[in-house]
Design a protein around this ligand. Structure first.
Ligand SMILES: Cc1cc2nc3c(=O)[nH]c(=O)nc-3n(C[C@H](O)[C@H](O)[C@H](O)COP(=O)(O)O)c2cc1C
Length: 212
């Protein structure tokens, strides 16, 4: 593992330990105290307000690498991850969004269409069930790795639908250079959190055992 990645990981452990979300916002009571993986899973929440601070490229690279280390069918790695931290691109599509959605854009606290994040990750794959599963597993790795580094994330479908249906956004989408046989399946907003939302309740009755 590269030295810079080790440094990012070490900084991330410190950030996660002191992070406002760390451990406090556990979705459920239960096992896991002191287990960094379980704590990160339980503490992760969708973040929709971010600080202005840009996210370091080393951290964006590391969380993307965690993403592509997800299990995937036959290790075919039929996916693409495009990390967008270009202010020009984000501001450009945001202007198109604001023109089409003036009401949403005038809400207090609105900074951009990506729930105000300074960076966005586009996850693309062939548009079929198994590759959708692969891409989803990749995304959760990205979001948990981000959580462990003190970053916030939010999986986004709505803004993607807008971008895919807006003729004005087409040149921006083309700039992402995604394999023409792939489709962007979702986006992940990434940034330093500026809110600590409470966990939304989870229905544990959806979990069943079939045992003797
Ligand atoms: C496929 C997918 C699409 C989503 N799209 C959006 C979206 O467009 N806007 C948004 O604010 N949140 C979006 N979310 C986030 C969910 O609303 C959120 O994960 C859910 O309410 C549970 O909250 P939590 O992530 O804080 O646990 C999306 C999540 C997923 C998995």
């Amino acid at each position: 593992m590269k030295k810079s990645i080790i440094a990012v990981l070490a900084a991330g452990l410190v950030a996660a330990a002191g992070c406002a979300n760390g451990g406090a916002a556990r979705a459920q009571d239960g096992a896991g105290d002191g287990n960094a993986v379980i704590e990160a899973i339980m503490a992760r929440r969708s973040i929709r307000q971010y600080k202005d601070t840009p996210v370091e490229r080393e951290k964006l690279q590391l969380i993307a690498e965690c993403g592509v280390n997800a299990p995937n069918g036959m290790n075919a790695q039929a996916w693409e991850v495009c990390i967008i931290d270009s202010k020009e691109w984000i501001d450009g599509v945001n202007e198109i969004y604001k023109a089409a959605n003036p009401q949403a854009a005038s809400r207090p606290g609105f900074r951009n269409m990506f729930v105000n994040a300074p960076a966005v990750i586009a996850v693309a794959a062939p548009d079929d069930t198994y590759n959708g599963v692969n891409a989803g597993l990749l995304g959760e790795n990205v979001m948990l790795a981000a959580q462990s580094l003190g970053l916030g994330t939010c999986c986004l479908g709505g803004p993607l639908r807008f971008l895919q249906s807006s003729p004005e956004a087409a040149p921006y989408m083309a700039k992402l250079g995604i394999n023409p046989d792939y489709k962007i399946l979702y986006l992940i907003a990434v940034g330093y959190p500026d809110e600590t939302p409470a966990a939304k309740p989870r229905d544990l009755s959806k979990i069943r055992f079939l045992g003797d």
